[in-house]
Design a protein around this ligand. Sequence first.
Ligand code: ADP
Ligand code: GN1
Ligand code: MG
Length: 363
Amino acid sequence: MSNAQNIAAVAREFQIPGESLGATPYGSGHINDTWCVVSSRSGVPVRSILQRINKNIFTNPVALMENIQRVTAHLAAKVSGETDSDRRVLALIPAHGGRAWHLDADGNYWRAYRFIDRAHSYDAVETVDQAFQAARAVGRFQELLADLPAPRLHHTIRDFHNTPQRFAAFEQAVGSDVAGRAIMAKCEIEFAFANQSVANILVDANLPERVTHNDTKFNNVLIDDATGEGICVIDLDTVMPGSVLFDFGDMLRTTTSPATEDERDLSKVHMQFPMFEALVRGYLSSAGRFLTQAEKSHLASSGKVITFEQGIRFLADYLSGDTYYKVHRDGHNLDRCRAQFKLLESIINQEERMEQLVNSVQL
Ligand code: ADP
Ligand code: GN1
Ligand code: MG
């Protein structure tokens, strides 16, 4: 159900105005399938985003879409009146019946968003300002959602950042070795076991629950082409109750190294201190207004936890035969794991200096 004709048919289920000109696969996300749909409105081409939600991973798409509707409505009300307010929040395009989603004959859930023009996502960070801007945008996103009215959002994936549970799943994947690949990943498996204690740092810290994004990798923040501002935080599937430290940690994981997440030349993978500094300053410029001391004191260690968590998630998926993340080459998940573990080593080597920086910025 993904040839051009079928995509056009799905696009017609939504209130996308104008006549459809075509659709192309879009973005580099690992989970959902995304297309950019172009339609002609009075002769002017207009783009929309069409997404098929990964139903193996998100087992309750209706609850997920309810979260997204509540979150986007709340954010839109908060930014209304600001310049460019319609580019600061994702806006769902409803289906013809008025629902926020369309269910196809194969049981797939789809949604559409207005395309945010004049902004881009990047798989690797290029400048310190980009790191600053992305972190500021995520801090603001959390701040704007702090007064989201009850009830609590649905957990779209249970125990998403329960790192000890992620470790248990990894251990199980090693034990069952269903794809017979453990032999290929001996060093990485040893490294994971040697660093097991990292998994407990944030769960043991008794941090406050807030509305958080939970998937703040750099390519989930759109950077404005003209101003360089982190204009919109996207990919809202995992917005749910959580700790802000996982959001900050995932930015640290994805914005401090010059290399992409799956870089095979590990000499390119390292934590660049100036990027970390920009990240801390950008994040505190918005989130500094509401963070507790306990949260601030875990900023540096959060990167270590989530980089470890992500490494063992990629490794577990490699050992399980690549059932979760999209892969584009043999050994892709193992490459991703290796890059995470290299980055983790680099973070650990600079930990003391990172803690000092966080303390000095707070004064
Ligand atoms: P995934 O969950 O698979 O990562 P995303 O929601 O992050 O999917 O979308 C994939 C990519 O599509 C993003 O990285 C971004 O480049 C682009 N994208 C998503 N939504 C929009 C939008 N509303 N406007 C412009 N680009 C978008
Ligand atoms: C997935 O959807 P995407 O590609 O932004 C994953 C994140 C990982 C990330 C690693 C729902 O994010 O948790 O950190 O890949 N999303 C889900 O690149 O598992
Ligand atoms: Mg994404």
